[in-house]
Design a protein around this ligand. Structure first.
Ligand code: MG
Length: 336
């Protein structure tokens, strides 16, 4: 097998703000794993506020020798080969995705079938509105017309004003992501109660991840489901979140790829916790990998390709607010 990779920058349609920063592009690394004339595509998305970068991903990928790897071994053998050592979850995710895509092509089977997902159970996906001026929010609401639920980033002083502005233009249900932005649990509870009356359906990561006892207090009182994002990296975190959150947000970048994502789904289900599957700013590549798992989840937040101008692959199709899974083998991507 032959591994190649290149750095790329996803250009955002609108500068994107969350409670900690604003940016106009997102660095990514695109990976390709080739065998028998077939190409498996992978992607690491690297927003600047996280530990990994294009440099660290390049470094990790350069250290792996695929030339003696053979695609006739079981897929788990190859996934074990890339999962040696601690850390580098984003780099590992880029390979895990490429390996799954390549094996799907070798077996001539769409990834969602291999993962046991039923497309009829695909939830609607949300589309994120970053913080913005009133004029821009109106435009963003219009651009999100195809989506039947909106995700809003809160966690600052203007939270209520932002929601009131959105409510001038849209009555769609809302997913709220506070990105750890509320540090006072009483304020968080007040906000959640108010947001519940405003048509919010869930709250992602209300408090900083270190505030575990406050999080348990909030969970006992919250009228809305609370979903762990920054508090939940991979499968090993989930059991410790029972009693603090109603559910978890799986992101392939955080956890290291599809195999770990599937494990997280099984663990969360066994603990009777809700499951959201989300994303960073990602192209169709990582999004279609997550979408293959999405029918096994309760909430889907896979809007990455719809927020960028230069997707290296064709955009996923959206029908009735849901991502349409491809019947082509692997991820079904079409480079453009
Ligand atoms: Mg989040």
């Amino acid at each position: 097998m032959k591994l190649s990779f290149k750095n790329y920058f996803l250009e955002l349609i609108h500068p994107f703000s969350i409670s900690s920063n604003t940016r106009t592009e997102t660095p990514i690394v695109l990976t390709q794993l080739e065998s028998r004339g077939l190409i498996g595509y992978g992607e690491a998305s690297l927003p600047p506020y996280l530990e990994e970068s294009q440099e660290s991903v390049n470094q990790f990928l350069k250290g792996l020798d695929f030339s003696r790897m053979d695609d006739t071994v079981p897929i788990d053998t190859i996934l074990d080969f890339i999962n040696t050592g601690y850390g580098n979850a984003f780099a590992k995710a880029s390979l895990d995705i490429a390996i799954h895509d390549l094996f799907g092509k070798i077996q001539n089977k769409p990834l969602y079938k291999t993962l046991g997902s039923n497309p009829e159970r695909m939830p609607i996906t949300s589309c994120t509105l970053g913080m913005a001026s009133e004029e821009l929010l109106e435009q963003k609401v219009r651009e999100a017309e195809r989506f039947s639920v909106l995700k809003v980033k809160l966690g600052g002083a203007e939270d209520k004003a932002i929601i009131r502005t959105i409510r001038k233009f849209s009555s769609k249900p809302l997913y709220i992501d506070a990105n750890q932005g509320w540090s006072d649990p009483i304020h968080a509870l007040d906000m959640i109660t108010w947001l519940s009356d405003q048509g919010a359906l869930l709250i992602e990561q209300p408090l900083p991840k270190g505030m575990r006892s406050e999080q348990a207090w909030l969970y006992d009182r919250s009228p809305l489901p609370l979903i762990a994002d920054e508090s939940c990296q991979n499968e090993s975190d989930i059991s410790g979140l029972k009693g603090l959150f109603s559910g978890i947000n799986i992101k392939l970048m955080k956890c290291g790829g599809i195999r770990e994502g599937l494990k997280m789904i099984h663990t969360a289900r066994n603990l009777d916790m809700k499951i959201m599957i989300g994303c960073m700013n990602e192209s169709s590549c990582a999004i279609m990998a997550a979408a293959a798992l999405a029918p096994q989840c309760d909430y889907v937040d896979l809007d990455g390709p719809f927020l960028i101008k230069n997707n290296p692959f064709e955009d996923p199709e959206i029908r009735e607010g849901k991502i349409v899974l491809s019947e082509r083998p692997g991820l079904g991507l079409i480079p453009q």
